[in-house]
Design a protein around this ligand. Structure first.
Ligand code: GLP
Length: 262
C-alpha cells in the first residue's frame, strides 16, 4: 500500500485530481470507479477546472459509482445520481449515458445488483477506483462485518452512517436505511485503487485501514490485499499512524516519486 501524506487537505485533494487527470489524458477510454461524500466535493471541483483548462477528453470515459441509497429515485436531490450529475458529470461534460450508478428504485435489489456487476464486467472491469472512507472504516457502503469477498448487493446502513449522512436530507425526511453498494470483492477487482481521507474525524479509521489487522471489522483494511492501492491523506487524517515518519521518508511531502507499490 502506498501512503502519501500531504501537509494540507487542499494538497491532498489536488494530488488526487492530478492522478485522475493524468490517467484520463493518457487513456481517454478508461473505466473509472467514482465515489461520493463530502470528501470528494473539492476533488470534483478541481477536476472540472483541470478538465476545462487542459481540454481533457472525457467523452469516451465510462464511470461506475460505488453505491446508491436504496429507495431513492435518481432525481431525488440527495441521491448519489443527483450528486454526481451536479458536481461532476454535467459541468465536466461527461455524457450521462456513459455514467452508471446502481438503480436504487428498481423493484428487485438482487437483480439490480447482479445487473450492475454484469455492466462492470462488460465494460472490461474498472481501471481506477476512487474511494473515500467512513468513520467506521467502511468503503462504499460496506459496513463493518461485510464479507471481504462480497459483491454488489443491498446493505443495511449502520446508525452511525445514517447519522453522518443526515445532513443531506430534509427535516421531514428519513435518512435511508439501505443502500446498494459494490462489494469489497468488487472493489478489490479494480486494477488500481485510490483512497482519499482528510480531517481528524477519519484518523482512527485510517490507522485501522493501514496498520490494523486485516478484517471485516474495518472493511477498508481489505485494501491491504490489493497490489496497487494508494492512500492519499492530509496531516490530520494521518495523525494516528504509528509509521507516519516512514511514509514521509518514502514519499516526502506526499509526492509520489517512486513508482513502487507494496
Ligand atoms: C459515505 C459513502 C462513502 C464515502 C463515505 C465518507 O457514506 N457511501 O462512499 O466514502 O461515506 O463520506 P464523507 O466523505 O462525507 O466523509
Amino acid at each position: 500500500m502506498k501512503v502519501l501524506v500531504h501537509s494540507s487537505a487542499e494538497l491532498a485533494q489536488q494530488s488526487v485530481c492530478d492522478v485522475l487527470t493524468a490517467r484520463i489524458l493518457a487513456h481517454p477510454a478508461s473505466v473509472i470507479g467514482l465515489a461520493t461524500g463530502g470528501t470528494m466535493e473539492a476533488v470534483y471541483d478541481k477536476l472540472i477546472l483541470s478538465i476545462t483548462r487542459k481540454a481533457v477528453p472525457v467523452r469516451e470515459l465510462l464511470t461506475f459509482n460505488l453505491d446508491e441509497y436504496w429507495g431513492l429515485a435518481p432525481n431525488h436531490p440527495a441521491s448519489y445520481r443527483s450528486y454526481m450529475n451536479a458536481r461532476l458529470f454535467d459541468p465536466a461534460g461527461i455524457p450521462r449515458e456513459r455514467t452508471f450508478l446502481p438503480v436504487a428504485d428498481a423493484v428487485e435489489p438482487d437483480a439490480e445488483s447482479e445487473a450492475y456487476e454484469q455492466r462492470i464486467r462488460e465494460a472490461g472491469g474498472i481501471d481506477l477506483q476512487l474511494l473515500g472512507i467512513g468513520q467506521n472504516g467502511h468503503i462504499g457502503f460496506n459496513e463493518p462485518t461485510s464479507s471481504l469477498a462480497s459483491r454488489t448487493r443491498l446493505k443495511t446502513l449502520t446508525e452511525s452512517t445514517r447519522k453522518a449522512n443526515r445532513q443531506y436530507f430534509g427535516d421531514d425526511e428519513e435518512t435511508p436505511k439501505y443502500a446498494i453498494t459494490m462489494g469489497i470483492g468488487t472493489i478489490l477487482d479494480a486494477r488500481e485503487c485510490l483512497l482519499l481521507a482528510t480531517g481528524e474525524s477519519k484518523a482512527e479509521a485510517v490507522s485501522r485501514m493501514i496498520e490494523g489487522p486485516l478484517g471485516a471489522h474495518c472493511p477498508a483494511s481489505a485494501l491491504q490485499l490489493h497490489p496497487k492501492a494508494t492512500v492519499v491523506l492530509d496531516a490530520d487524517a494521518a495523525s494516528e499512524l504509528k509509521l507516519r515518519e516512514y511514509y514521509q521518508h518514502v514519499h516526502p511531502d506526499g509526492i509520489d516519486r517512486q513508482p513502487t507499490h507494496g
